[in-house]
Design a protein around this ligand. Structure first.
Ligand code: PEP
Ligand code: MN
Length: 338
């Protein structure tokens, strides 16, 4: 059930009620704005403290599995304001627009350093780069793993850019303690053990949409993360699988205004993995701005043709610079600043 609290409910009464739930080992979740409680279990078990709580107004709602209330912590219904997430002094969400940029894979110390310096100068807010790469084929490059993370951290220390990199296994969480944004890749969007593990950290999580995930499945994955305590999830549309084969995936920009209705979480777009073709990245990035995205994550490489992975969709520095200028020109139209 969901309990909507009366506006005048005293904090002591609420705390006492929550204590009673804890004592009875009843699982509950408090909405981010403290206006509602989702309680798993029967209301009869909490009858006594409940009547005291309800004497200050409020209402009890039974939330059916398939109803609107299946989203709670991520839902705009229980937190009307945009969530704004601070990563190294840069804000994601609200009126802010952020660009995360970097190579598909970390290839060497010199490669990631060169790209980090360049994308920082051009205006990126964070550096991306995969160290653990969940590739479709086991014969493709799997990433430099721990060594790659070390190179990313050196790039962070040298440039001051926060880093965003993919975690593929809950057992590896300790290796990511100095990473600023934990990326959950499309292939792992429904790896619930991994979602729960990242939800226990205090780190922002970039949650990519699964290859063929519906919006509801995607938001329920965000709920997995948030129900472990994390408040900071950034959703990332990265294209979905359709019958079209000219592009790598189909960029579903309609999710942006829809998600803005359903959730208070920031939503960014990854046109690189959606399209797979570098020349399509600039127009679809601008379309993402127009649709109301809170940011972009873009693959950028010093020499795209020589990249060990995803070179065909990577922008070089000049192309990235050009794109950033165009994004900057467009932002005032949508009321955002970079
Ligand atoms: C990536 O961003 O490095 C990546 C592998 O993307 P996705 O999980 O969206 O395929
Ligand atoms: Mn890639």
């Amino acid at each position: 059930m969901i309990l909507i609290l009366g506006k005048t409910t005293p904090k002591q009464v609420l705390d006492k009620f929550l204590d009673a739930l804890k004592q009875q080992k009843i699982r509950y979740y408090l909405s981010l704005d403290n206006s509602a409680i989702k309680i798993l279990g029967e209301s009869s078990e909490v009858q006594n403290p409940l009547s005291k709580l309800l004497s200050y107004g409020g209402e009890v709602k039974t939330d059916s599995e398939g109803g609107e209330d299946k989203f709670f912590l991520s839902s705009r219904r229980y937190h009307s304001e945009d969530t704004v997430i601070n990563v190294g002094g840069k804000k994601y969400g609200g009126n802010n627009f952020r660009v995360i940029a970097g190579p598909c894979s970390v290839e060497s110390q010199s490669q990631i350093l060169e790209i980090a310096h360049a994308v920082k100068k051009i205006g990126a807010s964070a550096l991306r780069g995969g160290a653990f790469k969940p590739r479709t084929s086991p014969y493709s490059f799997q990433g430099l793993e721990e060594e790659g993370l070390k190179y990313l951290l050196t790039a962070k220390n040298e440039t001051g850019l926060p880093i965003c990199t993919e975690i593929t296994s809950p057992q590896k969480i300790d290796l990511f303690k100095d990473v600023d944004i934990l990326q959950i890749g499309a292939r792992n969007m429904q790896n619930y053990e991994l979602l729960k593990e990242v939800g226990k950290t205090n780190k922002p999580v970039l949650l990519k949409r699964g290859l063929s995930a519906t919006i509801d499945e995607w938001l329920l994955s965000a709920e997995y993360i948030m129900s472990e305590g994390s408040k900071e999830v950034i959703l990332c549309e990265r294209g979905i699988r359709t019958f079209e084969s000219d592009t790598r995936n189909t960029l579903d920009l309609s999710v942006i205004p829809l998600l803005k209705e359903k959730t208070h979480l920031p939503v960014i777009v990854d046109p690189s993995h959606a399209l797979g073709i570098s020349r399509l990245i600039p127009p679809m990035s601008l379309a993402s701005v127009g649709a109301g995205a809170d940011g972009l994550i873009i693959e950028v490489h010093s020499r795209p043709k020589a990249a060990v992975s995803d070179g065909a969709q990577s922008l070089d520095f000049r192309q990235f610079d050009d794109l950033m200028s165009k994004v900057g020109t467009m932002l005032p139209l949508v009321g955002k600043t970079m």
